[in-house]
Design a protein around this ligand. Structure first.
Ligand code: FES
Ligand code: FES
Length: 193
């Protein structure tokens, strides 16, 4: 079978039962994609296939013939981290880091899904199109809920995604999303007064 991985066409010989996760890690040595539960529960194995996030432990490699797969290794450009990778570092969005590549791949997709107008289970008003400006902390928590973190970095992960979304909004000269960091800053200012 052949597929594109991070922009390179790869030809693989895999057993029909081989998951995409195992093909990436064992055949292509792309070990940035992690195997946590291996049964669709933790999100550590999240990659993008044809622009959508998928759990690579839950899909067979053989089903990806001709598809375009992006892994965490494919996010940086010319040695520069993807803005979400940089934001995870800035906001301490990880401790042990085991879940982080899956978190980042999901976070990139969350912002794209919001830009595309996709609602979530946390969306209050389904009658109007969802926009990036609607990506509240509650929306981020819901949309990232498939990615578990045993180190419980959740507040920082929400801040990370909110800031990355806010930066994109600023490109369109829209108001940034308020993060937990912002709120803590405002609270401490209020305490000084
Ligand atoms: S390893 Fe795929 S969801 Fe946990
Ligand atoms: S940073 Fe350790 S599991 Fe998430």
């Amino acid at each position: 079978m052949s597929l594109s991985v991070n922009g390179q066409v790869c030809t693989l010989m895999v057993e029909p039962r081989t998951t995409l996760l195992d093909a990436l890690r064992e055949e292509l040595a792309l070990t940035g994609t992690k195997k946590g539960c291996d049964r669709g529960e933790c999100g550590a194995c999240t990659v993008h296939v044809d622009g959508r996030r998928v759990l690579s432990c839950m899909t067979l490699a053989g089903m990806q013939e001709g598809k375009r797969v992006i892994t965490i290794e494919g996010l940086e450009r010319d040695g520069e981290l993807h803005p979400l990778q940089a934001a995870f570092i800035e906001h301490d969005g990880f401790q042990c880091g085991f879940c982080t590549s899956g978190q980042i791949m999901s976070a990139v997709a969350v912002i794209e899904e919001a830009k595309a107008g996709w609602p979530s289970a946390a969306t209050a008003d389904m009658r109007r199109p969802f926009t990036l400006a609607d990506l509240s902390a509650a929306e981020i928590r819901e949309r990232m809920s498939g990615n578990l973190c045993r180190c419980a970095c959740y507040p920082n992960i929400v801040d990370t995604v909110a800031e990355a979304a806010g930066r994109e909004l600023n490109l369109f000269r829209r108001a940034p999303i308020t993060t937990n960091d912002d709120r803590r800053g405002q609270a401490s200012k209020g305490g000084d007064e």
